[in-house]
Design a protein around this ligand. Sequence first.
Ligand code: ES4
Ligand code: ZN
Length: 367
Amino acid sequence: MDNYRDTAADPLPETELPEAAASEAPGTEASEAEAPEAEAAVRILPVAELHLHIEGTLQPELIFELAERNGITLPYSGLDELRGLYEFTDLQSFLDLYYANMAVLQTEQDFADMTRAYLARAAAAGVRHAEIMMDPQAHLSRGVSLETCVNGVASALATSVKDFGISTMLIAAFLRDLSEESALEVLDGLLAMNAPIGAIGLDSAEVGNPPSKFERLFAKARQAGLRLTAHAGEEGPASYIIEALDVLGVERIDHGIRCMEDPDLVERLVADRIPLTVCPLSNVRLRVVDTLADHPLPAMLAAGLNVSVNSDDPAYFGGYVDDNFAQLGAAFGLSEFDRARLAANSIHSSFASDERKAELVDELNRG
Ligand code: ES4
Ligand code: ZN
């Protein structure tokens, strides 16, 4: 399980491998994995978070706080009962709770508070650029307007560089278990209000909802100048990854881990440097893999795939980007070289400007 370090195919940008100098960022608790004895201070690397659902950052405490503020009675007696529900058997069992908890998001302020809480925690995790998905249809269906949800999140993002040192892009994600007509209508609404989005994505229940269902949506978004990404190959088969690339023309694949079942596809993804935004703790919690030790990330690195580490829905899956790195380190003993490669991949795979990417690569190399 160790030889993957030697076989990684693509060159790492001249990254000086950092001395483990910096101390743990403030507010970072030790990971839940058993701490290896004599855990040396591991440098928190500057990274881009590319796969993050803002609604999946609602921590249980904030759910209760917003419920109280909005006069909503939650169907849980308290934090312990809610936390007890975070045992998922598959993607759908998670989505059921994720959508239910959104009931507490009612006002622009709610969306802004949730987003600021994420940014503060992400900054401590080393995130310097964040591409943040939101699910407008999950709010519209509850009677919360596009203006409320988009403007609320966007208001927090508008000051994220000044307040948290994090540059951002907002991604409107579409629910693949709803119709393409619904998605097209919402995209029209976003374009009509000149929403500050830079990309679209595709999420929610994957199996039975192949990328090809959204061919017109992605064509329209491309025409509007938006960048394109889609979840594929999380629970769904490798063929969905091929469809997302060939039918939707996406630039990036969210998850994509099931590509490992198709060697020809792996070869293509390596050759074309297609970014895969991998979310290890998510895959464990949603039982896409049995344990972290079974995760294909080391094999993906060994194959030369352009993978990054992301948190997906950190409030539900046991951790933010730093926790994902820490637990990967505990499971696989990630080398400094691997960690720096993953950080560099995240920066290069982002939709940030070339100038911003150069700044972040500099910060990474500075050590
Ligand atoms: C999601 Cl982990 C995951 N997969 C698909 N859709 C999602 N929405 C929020 N988290
Ligand atoms: Zn996701």
